[in-house]
Design a protein around this ligand. Structure first.
Ligand code: B3K
Ligand code: ZN
Length: 881
């Protein structure tokens, strides 16, 4: 085959004339257009000749007509930027293939054939980090969602499941470790300094779960005996020098394996489970079968360089990827519209795991905080979409908080409705029924109906409707009880004007404020637009505690007096409800303050009273105290208003923090002193102490900056953990004080060889409350350690900045310009990561008119840029639309 002809167009090929012109706009892919693939690919054999600058890939596919699909002689193999060097059908160089855009089309005469294709790729030029790429001298892959087509031509869709045999050969000195999915079935050395390895994965899988890693890596090894007594060899591969930082990840993996057996009855199914840590990675980690590839951020952890939050994140992500082995790999997705089938379910599984490993109440509050600060704004903005989207242009844009976190909430509601035992029965049935298949969200719902005995007819609306439902609550006292009147409405979202009521499970209890007596909990199921429930109550001052444990992902609108909220915040037996009452008190006060309500003094006094109680309460541990001390964030506050002024929100929140800190200065100082006496261990008490210690500084920094600066500098100097050091530096970074510069410099020099800690150094400054944050970030973008090519580094500066309201929303629009410039600079390098910076600008409709105009203008500037990626084009056009 003449490889110089690109696109390859063998003479006389009948398909040539049909090739459409290149699209001007990326096409819209629709869920309703799903059709099964006309061919099956039972076996794939791959052979890699590895090199950083050139890797040659020979792929052999056994294909057969799919009896379940409409027949066609044409086999479409997706490609992305590839040129076929050779195409053989049953060993013959037939002229029956043609390129159509990026794809290779082969016309096949019979029902079963073997196709052999050779491609050549340059991993070192792959800055998108999709497909096979080079990272610091090693080679690794990322294929989800559509990266495999950047390695070889293939039906790159999740419903084509194949058994893979992968052979690779490369210079032993450069790539001493050679890994792929499944079991190692052969290895050897050549005379020319090369060596080879062959891996075989017996489990049929879609191409997005393929992985290959080659590099100079060291392994921490361990093993795990499964519930049926099988031994699994575990290894975590890292760069030489990092091997001392993998203990926590290994322990987390073993705990995850055990937990999944005990709680979900799921056993691991290969003899090997490998994890590789990579420093250039677009997201957190990837669940490739038997060979998880991780961002170093979610593997490496030691007390001197990782915070308690980092430790928890490592444990959570290790668990999440491991759990995908069943929810995602053994049962995968039919198409990418079903993404929440694996992601929502797996997020719920990792949340339940983390609840069991630590404090369930604190974990629940943390998860709700993420949902409300990220997913709620998404659901009320231009990028709103159902957890099962109906269309997309670029699937990478749909790895969202909606698909992941709201998806988890939707499955959690099924669990609440069924109860844990019936839910488990539903899960068991789902896994049994669909093992080895590419399934749909509907399959999951049907299995849950059959296995858990639920009728989910109306519940299915949660999959199709975008937007966060709002529930209005009115309580009327009656003789011997109260009537609870609930009304639900879901705001319109792009493309969805009419919304129907969804079933909303609300855990409620009626307490009595006068006697302090706490009522028992019941579950109300709101299914209608408006519905009344009667609850028995004998007391005289009933207070309704509602959506306990955040049993439904909705906004509750309740008109509770400050007195009732103070009561709930101080005494409710449901920790989430306590937190919620506290948040409500603060939100009510701050919204009044930003709207110029001067009568808010009483609200302030109520908050002071509750905060004082939280500081003094010996009945709660410090981890919970730390949660209760976190004031609602500025994005969440903005979310409560149809149109927000971020400047006023910031001022009002800081003013409240400062006032509270001055009122309770002695208490905060005492808390800090008490917590400073705790040890440096990882018990809940020690972690809690570290949490409240920095929280105390956060308050004091707003009320008495000079005192806070002294205390923070002392905490920094005394720190033996990264939690204490980072917490102190975070507070100092926000203050205009001489200690700030000295400690920032010290931190940099101490950790300059550790990329993950230098990421923290960038992020701390970009997230800072300092008035000059904007110019600091501009200067940091020129720092020799800054690069847009590493996603962690790019995010550490600019995502941190975009999430810092006072700096991002600078009134002259400089923050918006900086983020837009970042998107434009990053888009040609790494479109997937670039597109992630669009949503903060996309919020313009909910921001006051002057800033809104500036934000919109930046989006328009991006939209007019030539050769925008599909990723960024889609996000920008939806944001302007
Ligand atoms: N499944 C991957 C995410 C892949 C993202 C591709 N753009 C990690 C995870 O959710 O577990
Ligand atoms: Zn996942």
């Amino acid at each position: 085959m003449d490889i110089a002809r690109t696109p390859a167009t063998p003479d006389g090929n009948p398909h040539l004339a049909d090739a459409p012109p290149p699209p001007t706009q990326p096409p819209v892919i629709r869920r309703e257009d799903y059709r099964p693939f006309p061919w099956t690919v039972p076996q794939v054999r791959m052979d890699f000749r590895l090199g950083l600058a050139e890797t040659v890939v020979r792929t052999e596919l056994d294909v057969a007509r799919n009896p379940q699909a409409e027949g066609t002689p044409v086999l479409r193999l997706n490609g992305d930027g590839l040129t076929p060097l050779e195409v053989l059908v049953d060993g013959e160089p037939l002229n029956s293939w043609v390129m159509e855009g990026p794809d290779l089309l082969v016309t096949l005469p019979g029902d079963a054939h073997t196709i052999s294709i050779v491609t050549s790729i340059d991993p070192s030029a792959n800055s998108q980090l999709m497909g096979l790429y080079a990272s610091g001298g090693m080679l690794c892959t990322q294929c989800e969602a559509e990266g495999f087509r950047r390695i070889t031509f293939f039906p790159d869709r999740p419903d084509v499941l194949s058994i893979y045999r992968v052979r690779m050969r490369g210079p032993q000195a450069d790539f001493p470790v050679l890994l792929s999915n499944g079991d190692l079935v052969g290895e050897g050395t050549g005379e020319d300094g090369t060596h080879w390895a062959e891996w075989h994965d017996p489990w049929p899988k879609p191409s997005y779960l393929f992985a290959l890693v080659a590099g100079d890596l060291v392994a921490q090894r361990d093993s795990f005996i499964t519930m049926n007594g099988r031994e699994v060899q575990l290894a975590i591969y890292v760069r030489p020098g990092d091997e001392g930082r993998t203990d926590h990840a290994m322990q987390s993996l073993k705990r995850s394996m055990k937990w999944d057996e005990e709680v979900f009855g799921r056993e691991y199914d290969l003899g090997i489970f490998n994890i590789v840590a990579v420093s250039d990675f677009n997201m957190g980690a990837m669940e490739n079968k038997g060979l998880n590839v991780f961002n170093t951020k979610y593997v490496l952890a030691e007390p001197d360089t990782a915070t308690d939050g980092d430790y928890d994140a490592v444990e959570g992500v290790i668990a999440h990827e491991y759990f995908h082995n069943w929810s995602g790999n053994r049962v995968t997705c039919r198409d990418w519209f079903q993404l929440s089938l694996k992601e929502g379910f797996t997020v719920l599984r990792d949340q339940l795991f983390s609840q069991d490993m630590g404090s369930a109440a604190v974990k629940r509050i943390e998860d709700v905080r993420v949902l409300r600060s990220v997913q709620f704004p998404e659901d009320s903005g231009p990028l709103a979409h159902p957890i099962r989207p109906d269309s997309f242009r670029e699937i990478s844009n749909f790895y969202t908080a909606t698909v992941y976190n709201k998806g988890a909430e939707v499955i959690r509601m099924m669990r609440t409705l069924a109860g844990p035992a019936a839910f488990r029965a539903g899960c068991d049935l789902y896994f049994d029924r669909h093992d080895g298949e590419a399934a749909t969200c509907e399959d999951f719902v049907v299995a849950m109906e059959d296995g858990a005995g639920l009728d989910l007819t109306q519940f299915r609306r949660w999959y199709g409707q975008a937007g966060t439902p709002e529930v209005r609550v009115a309580v009327k006292a009656q003789a011997n009880g109260v009537e609870v009147e609930l009304a639900q409405a879901t705001p319109t979202t792009p493309g969805q004007d009419a919304k129907e009521p969804v079933p909303i499970p609300l855990r409620v209890a009626l307490h009595d404020r006068a006697s302090g007596e706490l009522g028992s909990e019941t579950l109300l199921l709101l299914t209608e637009g408006e519905q009344r429930f009667t609850l028995p109550h004998a007391g005289i001052a009933p207070v309704l505690s509602i959506n306990r444990g955040f049993s439904a992902p909705v906004v509750i609108r309740r008109a509770l007096s400050a007195e009732d909220l103070v009561f709930l915040a101080a005494q409710d037996d449901d920790p989430f409800a306590r937190y919620e009452a506290m948040q409500d008190l603060v939100v009510t006060h701050l919204l009044a303050a930003v709207q110029g309500d001067t009568g808010e003094q009483s609200g302030r006094a109520a908050i002071r009273q509750v905060l004082a109680a939280v500081l003094a309460d010996e009945g709660i541990d410090d981890l919970m105290r730390g949660e209760l001390l976190i004031l609602p964030g500025e994005t969440y506050l903005a979310e409560q208003l149809a149109v927000a002024d971020p400047g006023r929100i910031h001022e009002a929140r800081e003013a409240l923090k400062g006032w509270l800190a001055r009122e309770l200065e002695a208490e905060f100082v005492a808390l800090h002193a008490r917590a400073s006496g705790a040890d440096a261990g990882f018990t809940a008490a020690a972690k809690g102490a570290r949490k409240v210690k920095t929280q105390a500084l956060v308050f004091l920094a707003a009320g008495n900056p000079a005192l806070a600066a002294r205390m923070a500098a002392a905490q920094y100097d005394a720190a033996v953990t990264m939690t204490d050091r980072q917490g102190a530096l975070m507070v100092l970074a926000g203050l205009d004080t001489p200690e700030r510069t000295g400690k920032l410099l010290d931190f940099y020099q101490r950790h300059r060889d550790n990329a993950l800690v230098i990421d923290k150094w960038f992020a701390l400054q970009a997230q800072s409350l300092h008035p000059n944050t904007l110019s600091h970030v501009q200067a940091l973008a020129q720092h020799p350690d800054f690069t847009l090519r590493n996603p962690n580094r790019a995010r550490s500066l600019f995502m941190a900045f975009a999430g810092n309201p006072h700096a991002f929303h600078a009134s002259g629009g400089e923050g918006y310009r900086m983020v837009a410039d970042t998107i434009l600079a990053l888009d040609p390098i790494n479109p997937q990561t670039a597109a992630r910076f669009v949503p903060p600008l996309g919020r313009w409709r909910r921001i006051e008119p002057v800033r809104a105009g500036l934000m919109r203008a930046e989006l328009e500037r991006i939209a007019t840029a030539p050769s925008l990626s599909r990723d960024t084009f889609e996000q920008v056009s939806r944001s302007l639309g």
